[in-house]
Ligand binder design. Structure first.
Ligand SMILES: *Cc1c(COP(=O)(O)O)cnc(C)c1O
Length: 383
């Protein structure tokens, strides 16, 4: 009998369903233990939580691999830990990396550290594949990008970039935090490694810091070996919380998608906003790519208020539901201003040139009723 491929929701809950012993707990126990009893005379790798082989860590790694369509995955103590180890698994001193210029601020800072390791980084605008090609040198080993991007939600078409990587023998690393495997699975589009800040949608409840890397077994094994010595293993309690979060990933993201679309459409008809950035709107520059490659456009929304920083501040103070906080992907709606967070290092002119003028608000729409979020936006816009 050929096995039916399970849907994403089922995989997110059960992984590969296993027979369960009588009287065994339905919810997994938390193995809050640093170490485990070793069989005497065994030369097998000991179970030790820093090694990433604690049962809580193993369970979520297996589940994420199934969700991403990867051979293997490993979780780390933060998204930054995952980004750092994924790069260290691919790059050596003397190597060159080409990175998208639209990436998480922490990764920019990490790349400054890479200079000290003898790894050179060049940035390109990721929307045109000829930019990538031009940036490649003899020493280039890998390409790194994020999609969808922060905070303009640009959706990068991976097909031409992965074709270039195949032709040039480069590894393609993709930070897929904003999409989650429900909306986009980079490995299906030619990426070699997918990276997540599991702090965001994978966990989904704003109560854990974690990261993950998924891909082919030999590369993930390399990441795991680096993790054992650089020390970014995930705590068992955090792993257990992610296990719980993953069970509702599909239904959460479907709701984020529906709310994102509804709120974005409403916002685009309002006088108060100079621009609305959401890939599900026909006005978005990547609407066609998004429609082709994403299963849904997610819950991230960029709003530009007319009247700049002052109106943005007034709007923020009037909001009753959205919480003013960085980060994203939780059940509660969060809002932040890129001018104080991700794009604080740029001048107002540079930000305006990058399409993120002062007055720009980034929303992570949560799981509240969309109509309540819309009513909240409406009253705040009238202040
Ligand atoms: C938050 C974030 C990170 C960093 O993750 P942490 O879990 O905070 O370490 C990396 N990439 C993206 C796209 C993020 O949003």
């Amino acid at each position: 009998m050929t096995r039916r491929r399970l849907g994403l929701s089922t995989r997110a809950i059960h992984g590969e369903p296993q027979p369960r012993a009588d009287w065994s707990p339905v919810a997994p126990p938390i193995y809050q233990s640093s170490t485990f009893v070793n069989p005497i005379g065994s030369d097998a790798e000991p179970l030790y939580t820093r090694y990433g082989n604690n049962p809580n860590q193993v369970a979520i790694a297996r589940r994420l691999a199934l969700l991403e369509g990867a051979e293997a995955a490993v979780f780390t103590a933060s998204g930054m830990g995952a980004v750092a180890l994924a790069h260290l698994a691919m790059l050596r001193p003397g190597d060159h990396l080409v990175a998208s210029e639209w990436i998480y601020g922490g990764v920019h800072r990490l790349y400054q550290e890479f200079t000290r390791l003898g790894i050179a980084v060049d940035y390109v605008n990721p929307t045109q594949s000829r930019n990538w090609k031009r940036a490649i040198r003899k020493t280039t080993r890998a390409i790194f990008l994020e999609t969808p991007t922060n905070p303009l939600l640009r959706v990068i078409d991976l097909e031409p970039i992965s074709a270039l990587c195949k032709a040039e023998g480069l590894a393609l690393l993709v930070d897929s935090t904003f999409a989650s495997p429900v909306n986009f699975r980079p490995l299906e589009h030619g990426a070699d490694l997918v990276i997540h800040s599991a702090t965001k949608y994978l966990n989904g409840h704003s109560d854990v810091i974690a990261g993950a890397v998924a891909g082919a077994e030999p590369v993930v094994e390399e990441v795991r070996k680096l993790m054992q010595v650089w020390g970014q293993a995930l705590d068992p309690m955090a792993a257990w919380l992610i296990d719980r979060g993953l069970r509702t990933l599909a239904v959460r993201v479907e709701r984020h998608n529906a709310t994102g679309q509804k709120v974005a459409e409403w916002c685009s008809g309002q006088q108060a906003f100079a621009a609305v950035h959401y890939p599900g709107l026909p006005s978005h520059p990547d609407h066609a790519v998004a429609t082709r490659v994403l299963a849904g456009c997610g819950g991230m929304l960029g709003l530009e208020l007319k009247g700049g920083a002052r109106s943005a501040e007034r709007f923020l103070r009037a909001l009753r539901i959205a919480v003013h906080a960085p980060s994203l992907g939780g059940v509660e709606t969060l809002v932040s201003e890129p001018r104080f967070t991700s794009h604080a290092s740029l001048s107002p002119e540079e930000r305006a040139k990058a399409g993120i003028p002062d007055g720009f608000l980034r929303f992570s729409l949560g799981l509240e009723d969309a109509d309540d979020l819309i009513a909240d936006f409406a009253q705040a816009a009238q202040r």
